[in-house]
Ligand binder design. Structure first.
Ligand SMILES: Nc1nc2c(c(=O)[nH]1)N[C@H]1C(S)=C(S)[C@@H](COP(=O)(O)O)O[C@H]1N2
Ligand SMILES: [Mo]
Length: 425
C-alpha cells in the first residue's frame, strides 16, 4: 500500500478534532479506519485499487455485469432476526437497527409481524371492497386505486409489542431484540379519505372496520376521523411495490399508531357506527392497568428513542472520540429534541437532529463524545412537539404497573465497561 495518506477531518469541533489529527500516523490511521471512526479520508488511487485494475485498460470491462435487479455488496450480511412468537406461523422479525444509517429502513430489513404467515396475492385478482354506511358500495382493482391522486410520505411503523421485554427490568438483550420492531419507509399510495369520499360517507358513520386477506384475517376498527385525516392506502414502499411481507399488494398505513392497525393485504373496509370489538382490540392490544382495568384503543405510539451505536452486544475498541448515534420518533408528530446522557442520567445535553425532521417518522440523532475508558452508562430521551418527554422505566411503572405488555417507551440505558463491552442495564 502506498504511504501517501492524507487525512482531512471535519467534525466541526476543534476539541475533538485536534487530538485526533495530532496523533495521526499511518499505523494509527489503519487501526482507526477499521473501527470506522468517521471523518473524511483521501488516499492516492494506487493505495486502494488492486494492481490488476490499475495496470489494465480502463476502457475494458473488468468488474461484474450489470444486473436487472440489484443486490447489496457480497461483504454485507446485516439481517433481520426471526423469532417464532407463538405456534409456528406467528412470526416476528426484527430490524437490525444497530447496522442502519439515516432514517429510512431498507425494505429488505423492515421488521415483520404476521399472525398467520405471508400470503402470496396476485395483484390482478386483488380487490378492495368498501361497503357499510356509504352511498355507493364499491369494489376497486389495484389499477383503479392507482388512478387516484398519489401521496408519498415517510412514516415509521412500530409494533406495540416493541420493547415489551423491558417492562420489569433490563434484560441484557441487544437493540435489535429490544427495539427492532420499528422501521421507517417512504410509503406511496392514495389517501383513504379520497377513496371514502368517492363512496360517499353516510352521516351516522363513525368507525371503519378493516380486514386483511391473510390466513389471520386481521381485523381492526379505526375511528373515521383518522381515516379522513392521514391514513394511506399504500401500494408502494421506498419507490417500488410493497414487499409481500409488508402487505403486497395493498395495506393501510395509519401514521403514528400501533403497527397492528396498519392492516396488511387489505381487502375490505366496512364503514360502521361502532367499533367491532374484534379479538385484536379486546383480548389483544389492550393495556392492563395496576387496578385490574384495561385501557382499550390506545392507538398512538408515544415518543421514544434509543441509542443504536454504541449499543448492547457491541464492543468499543478503546478510549477516544465516538459519535453516539440513534433514532427517535413520536406518534404525535415531530421529534423536537433528543437529549443524551453519558453519566448514568445525571446530566443531559442536546443531540444534533438530522434534517429533515418529519412528523411520525424516525429521526436520526448524533452526539459527539469522548470516552475516557471508564465504566459509563449512556442513554437518550426525546421530546415531541406536544412537549411530552420520554419517561424512565420507573416513571412508566408508577403509572402503568408491571402487568402491561404493549406500549413500552421507557428510556433505554446501555453500560460501557472499561473493556469496551456494551450491555443492556
Ligand atoms: N392482515 C394482517 N395485517 C397485519 C398483521 C397481520 O398479521 N395480518 N400484523 C399487524 C401487526 S401486529 C403489525 S406490528 C404490523 C407489522 O407490519 P410489517 O410486518 O409490515 O412490519 O402489521 C399489522 N398488520
Ligand atoms: Mo404488532
Amino acid at each position: 500500500m502506498a504511504a501517501s495518506v492524507k487525512v482531512a477531518v471535519d467534525f466541526g469541533r476543534a476539541d475533538i478534532v485536534e487530538p485526533f489529527v495530532r496523533h495521526v500516523s499511518r499505523r494509527h490511521f489503519l487501526k482507526q479506519t477499521k473501527v470506522a471512526i468517521g471523518g473524511s479520508v483521501a488516499l492516492s488511487a494506487a493505495a486502494y485499487l488492486p494492481d490488476a485494475f490499475a495496470a489494465s485498460d480502463p476502457t475494458k470491462q473488468q468488474g461484474g455485469p450489470a444486473r436487472g435487479y440489484g443486490d447489496r455488496a457480497s461483504y454485507e450480511h446485516s439481517a433481520r432476526l426471526i423469532t417464532p412468537v407463538g405456534h409456528d406461523t406467528t412470526t416476528a422479525s426484527y430490524t437490525p437497527l444497530q447496522d442502519l444509517h439515516g432514517s429510512i429502513t431498507p425494505s429488505s430489513l423492515h421488521y415483520e409481524r404476521h399472525h398467520a404467515g405471508v400470503p402470496q396475492i396476485e395483484p390482478k385478482a386483488h380487490r378492495l371492497l368498501i361497503h357499510g354506511l356509504v352511498e355507493r358500495p364499491l369494489e376497486f382493482t389495484m389499477s383503479e386505486l392507482q388512478r387516484f391522486p398519489a401521496v408519498s410520505r415517510v412514516h415509521f411503523l412500530e409494533c406495540s409489542g416493541n420493547s415489551l421485554t423491558e417492562w420489569a427490568k433490563p434484560t441484557g438483550k441487544t437493540v435489535q431484540e429490544t427495539h427492532g420492531l420499528t422501521s421507517c419507509s417512504e410509503w406511496t399510495g392514495v389517501l383513504l379519505a379520497s377513496v371514502l369520499k368517492e363512496c360517499g360517507i353516510k352521516p351516522s358513520a363513525a368507525w371503519v372496520l378493516a380486514e386483511g386477506a391473510d390466513g389471520a384475517r386481521m381485523t381492526r376498527s379505526l375511528p373515521l376521523d383518522k381515516c379522513m385525516d392521514d391514513v394511506i392506502l399504500a401500494y408502494a414502499q421506498n419507490g417500488e411495490m410493497l414487499r409481500p411481507e409488508q402487505g403486497y399488494p395493498l395495506r393501510l398505513i395509519v401514521p403514528g399508531w400501533e403497527g397492528s392497525i396498519s392492516v396488511k393485504w387489505l381487502c375490505r373496509l366496512k364503514v360502521v357506527e361502532q367499533p367491532y370489538q374484534t379479538r385484536e382490540e379486546t383480548s389483544k392490544y389492550t393495556d392492563l392497568m395496576p387496578d385490574g382495568t384495561a385501557r382499550q384503543f390506545t392507538f398512538v405510539m408515544e415518543a421514544k428513542s434509543v441509542i443504536t451505536f454504541p449499543s448492547s452486544g457491541q464492543t468499543l475498541p478503546g478510549p477516544g472520540f465516538y459519535e453516539i448515534r440513534g433514532l427517535a420518533w413520536s406518534g404525535h408528530g415531530r421529534v423536537t429534541r433528543v437529549d443524551v446522557s453519558v453519566d448514568g442520567s445525571a446530566n443531559w445535553a442536546e443531540a444534533r437532529l438530522q434534517d429533515p425532521v418529519l412528523p411520525m417518522s424516525h429521526t436520526r440523532f448524533y452526539f459527539p463524545w469522548r470516552w475516557d475508558g471508564t465504566a459509563v452508562v449512556i442513554a437518550s430521551r426525546c421530546v415531541d412537539e406536544t412537549g411530552y418527554q420520554q419517561p424512565t422505566r420507573e416513571a412508566l411503572q408508577a403509572v402503568r404497573g408491571v402487568n402491561s405488555f404493549y406500549h413500552y417507551n421507557g428510556i433505554q440505558c446501555w453500560r460501557i465497561s472499561p473493556g469496551g463491552a456494551v450491555a443492556n442495564v
